[in-house]
Structures are given as C-alpha cells and as structure tokens.
Design a protein around this ligand. Structure first.
Ligand SMILES: *[C@@H]1O[C@H](CO)[C@@H](O)[C@H](O)[C@H]1NC(C)=O
Ligand SMILES: *[C@@H]1O[C@H](CO)[C@@H](O)[C@H](O)[C@H]1NC(C)=O
Ligand SMILES: *[C@@H]1O[C@H](CO)[C@@H](O)[C@H](O)[C@H]1NC(C)=O
Ligand SMILES: *[C@@H]1O[C@H](CO)[C@@H](O)[C@H](O)[C@H]1NC(C)=O
Length: 298
C-alpha cells in the first residue's frame, strides 16, 4: 500500500547537500549484473532531546521527531536531485538515544502504521521517487498476561523501515543485537530481512552493533548470498580497532559486499564516519575525529 498521496508536484530541490556538521554523499555502487546505481548515505547531525529520561506525551515526542524529519525531507530531495536511487539515514536519527523503557513510550509507533513518522517517510520516498531507509522506535502490542510479553503490554523494537520509490513500506527489520538499549526488546524471532529493487536487485538490512555478530550480518551473506547491505548506525568511534570507517570498510572487504553505512553525527559521543564501501571502490562521505570512548555503538 502506498501511503503518500502526492499533491501538487512541486519539490523543494534547491537545498545544498551539506548540512551543518553533516553531509550526504553519493557514489555509484556495483549493482547486480554489473550495472550501477547511485546511492546516498546521510550522516545526520541529530537534533537531540536533551532530557531523554523524562517521558514526553505523544504530541511532544512528535514535535521533537518532526525537527529531525524536516532535515530528512530536505536531504531526500537533495539526494534525488543528484540522481540517487536510494538514501539511507542513520540509527536513532529521528528520535535520539539515552531513553528509558518508559521515557521512549511517546516515540513508539506500530510498524506498519500509515500515520505520523511513517507517513512522512513514505511521502519523502514517493515525492522523490527513491528508496528510503530510516530507523525508528517501533512497538507491537501484546497480552501482558502472556509471557514473554513484557508487563507493560508491548514490545519495543529498534526498527529499520524501508520505503520503495512509490512510498510503499517494503521491509521492516528489528535489531537483534542491542547495545545497552534498555528501552528496547530483543525480537523473539530473529529474521534475515531483505528487499528487492529494480535498480540493483537485493539488499539486506541490519543495524549498528549487529555488525559484530554472525546473525544476521554474516548470515545474510553466507546463507542468502546477499551482496549489498544497508547499515544504519549510531557508532561511537573507539580506538584502536572499532573506528567507524575502518571497521565498516573492513566488513565490506571481508564479506566482498557493498555496504551502505549511515552514521549519526554527534561530536560529544565521537559519532561520525559514514560511507559507501564496495570491494575495490570506496566513497567515504564524512570523516571526523576519533576518540578513546569505551563503548562501541547502539
Ligand atoms: C548516553 O549514552 C552514551 C552512550 O552510551 C553515554 O556515553 C552517555 O554517557 C549517556 N548519557 C547519559 C546522560 O546517560
Ligand atoms: C511532498 O510533496 C508535496 C507536494 O509538493 C508537499 O506538499 C509535501 O510537503 C512533500 N512531502 C514530503 C515528505 O516530501
Ligand atoms: C509500489 O512499489 C511496490 C514495490 O516496489 C510494488 O510492489 C507495487 O506494485 C507498487 N505499487 C504501485 C501502485 O505502483
Ligand atoms: C567478489 O565478488 C565479485 C562479484 O561477484 C566476484 O567477481 C569476485 O570474485 C569476488 N571476490 C572474492 C575475493 O570472492
């Protein structure tokens, strides 16, 4: 189902590519059958909720998320203007991080649900005729009396959503390997999630900390033969061996896959470094300082 009703065909395409502290990068990736396509990853300068432990009403949470989505809307249009077939936004880029299970409640949406955040993302994809990948906080209601349903009667998932060029939701991936994310649940039924595109065939999806585990990252490659991977991340650069560009490029090289990696840009947490990595050809979009932070990623 396409959720976006395209009204007047006027797009705001005049914005530049580089946002403050962030940047969108494009590169041609090797597609299935030796073709090529244009991909964009956007290193989003997160507009943070500075009191993430304080619960917000749904309305307040939406107001916060809409500020980040306003930037996404500009960048999706800018990417389309440069011929992008697909754009990838980072993990936590719409809502942020450091929430508790209770304080993120106002941010949650059932996926699929053609309203609010998902409606805006769907419209961005359709308006700009490109595939769009974003990360958002998802929920799934369950019966609190029936274990393993949590006592508050809902699962909360760190969720990637993919919209096709006509605004249809074509994939949903729930992060399996959580990194100190007490606000989220681990999905009971781990899945290998892929979607097919007309411009480059099949893509697989995983998120941030997942890249350090066999399932689903390596499984997508070894079991399903996926050659192109999409990787929203909120990656804190950690020397010596867990620097974003270094590690993500190495993953691409070791698995012989193209990796579209979109990181957040949050200097205070040493989050930076995104890229389009393909064996033999690399397009590193933003590269900032690395630091000695202890943690790795969400
Ligand atoms: C937020 O999370 C990051 C990463 O885990 C951590 O470095 C930071 O101290 C946290 N901030 C607060 C206020 O909890
Ligand atoms: C899509 O295009 C319509 C018509 O130009 C515009 O009103 C709307 O704001 C756009 N929405 C998005 C999400 O790009
Ligand atoms: C929209 O795109 C999806 C996925 O590419 C496709 O299955 C569907 O038929 C399309 N719908 C319309 C109305 O074009
Ligand atoms: C990597 O994949 C390409 C394209 O399928 C293939 O031609 C090449 O032999 C592979 N390289 C390695 C080292 O497996």
């Amino acid at each position: 189902m396409a959720w976006c009703i395209l009204g007047a065909a006027v797009l705001m395409l005049s914005l530049g590519v580089d946002g403050e502290g962030g940047g969108a990068g494009g590169g041609e990736g090797g597609g299935a059958g030796g073709g090529s396509y244009v991909a964009a990853v956007y290193e989003h300068h997160l507009i943070r909720n500075l009191q993430p432990k304080v619960p917000l009403s749904r309305q307040e949470a939406l107001e916060h998320m809409n500020k980040n989505l306003d930037v996404y809307e500009e960048q999706a249009a800018a990417a389309a203007k440069q011929g992008a077939h697909i754009i990838v936004f980072p993990e936590d880029g719409i809502h942020g991080f450091n929430f508790s299970r209770e304080s993120i409640a106002g941010y949650l949406e059932t996926v699929p649900d053609p309203t609010a955040v998902q409606h805006r993302l769907s419209c961005m994809a359709k308006n700009n005729s490109l595939y769009l990948v974003a990360n958002m906080p998802g929920r799934e209601d369950c019966d609190a009396q029936t274990p393993p349903c949590p006592p508050d009667g809902r699962y909360q998932f760190n969720t990637n959503v993919v919209f096709s060029a006509n605004g249809t939701l074509v994939a949903r991936y729930r992060k399996r390997n959580l990194y100190f994310e007490s606000q989220f649940d681990t999905p009971a039924d781990p899945q290998l999630i892929t979607f097919d595109t007309p411009f480059a065939g099949r893509f697989g999806l995983f998120t941030c900390f997942d890249i350090l585990f066999y399932n689903p990252a390596v499984e997508l490659v070894e079991k399903l033969g996926v050659r192109q991977l999409i990787f929203p991340t909120a990656w804190m650069n950690t020397l010596p061996l867990l620097d974003a560009v270094q590690f993500h490029r190495s993953f691409s090289y070791a698995t012989n896959t193209t990796l579209l990696s979109a990181n957040l840009r949050v200097d205070a947490e040493a989050m930076t470094g995104s890229g389009i990595f393909s064996p033999g050809r690399h397009y590193i979009t933003v590269r900032g300082r690395a630091s000695q932070k202890l943690a790795g990623c969400w």
